[in-house]
Design a protein around this ligand. Sequence first.
Ligand SMILES: Nc1ncnc2c1ncn2[C@@H]1O[C@H](COP(=O)(O)OP(=O)(O)O)[C@@H](O)[C@H]1O
Ligand SMILES: [Mg+2]
Length: 396
Amino acid sequence: MSTDKRQGWRARWQAAWQALGGVDTDVSRPPAAPPSVRGPLLDNLISVLPVPAILLDQAGTVLAFNLAAIDIAPVLQQGQSVLLALRVPALVDAIRQAQAARLSQRVEFEQRVPRERYFEAFVNPISLPGDQVDQRADYLLITFNDLTPLRRVEQMRADFVANASHELRTPLAALLGFIETLQGRAKDDAPAREKFLGIMRDQAARMARLIDDLLSLSRIELNAHVRPVAEVELTAVLRQVADSLQMLARDRGVAIHLSLDEPITIAGDRDELVRAFENLVENALKYGADGKRVDIVARRGAAQNGDPEAQVIVRDYGPGIPPQHLPRLTERFYRVNATTSRAQGGTGLGLALVKHILNRHGGRMTIDSIEGNGATFTAHLPILATNTKNQAESAR
Ligand SMILES: Nc1ncnc2c1ncn2[C@@H]1O[C@H](COP(=O)(O)OP(=O)(O)O)[C@@H](O)[C@H]1O
Ligand SMILES: [Mg+2]
């Protein structure tokens, strides 16, 4: 660093310190900066804070605030009482307390307009040496933290546990009921015993499926930020999926049509991809059976940013999905019709799994549906860069 530069930095720092009322340690410098510097300096300090911040004088008049604060209190104005802009009772109390006791306060509050948000606010008294000897200047600094994302995660976790428990309790209650019946009334009734054991097997299988899906979800989430690296050829995966679901298709009277491009290799986890496509094709076979036909297409396309991507399309010709459900379809346990889903052996976790698997592969899913005219689920997966190059070379 050049001497010039170092001196420049030192001078700026000293000016800042003096403006805040600091003691000037450099005897070679002129005496304290005029008080007018303090305003712009505080303004600058507040404006660079990464959180919403408002600076008040001891009387509660607004001295400075940053852009982020306007988002919380749109009518903030310099020189006006902060109480005109912040009408949250808990916060007003905290400001009064901080003014009276000169102690830091923390409050949480909720804002409903323009949208529902949760904040915590810290009201901190600051006391600086004043412009004259033996004088102090008292301020209040209010900073805010947006707690909304945290609250949302907490809510999602609570909902998830409640949903999972409910889903497990229903088959468990059925099992307990039938066990009691078999121990009592139906003890010596051979045909009833056969029937009940059949129902019990189905209910136990449902619990097993649910636990299996829950474990898969948590495993995939655990690895969410680890991109799979093995080379997987997609058309082979899709042939395998179609083969494994042939029985179900025959049972539902649906014909599976495969339309696969030349081989498409991506970086992936083969088992996870099989699972994802199985889920999509199974849904199409179960919920779209009325259409009698399911198409599976694999092709090369381009992502929104122009990068090459693989697109796997699973389309059915069934009743489709009403548009208001589309945005929520990949949420855990979200179903258009829970009774239909349960009757089909569904857990409500299939599309959540698909979404997480695709995310982990750097891909995504799009869903299109016209009510009465089937549903189309498209998996978009990035293609290995080296792979496109290799294939271009081998095509030459
Ligand atoms: N191809 C489809 N046609 C109509 N509805 C569908 C289709 N695929 C999924 N859905 C709807 O989305 C819901 C969620 O699907 P999913 O997450 O796989 O759970 P599950 O199949 O276990 O119920 C289903 O319950 C169903 O209501
Ligand atoms: Mg499903």
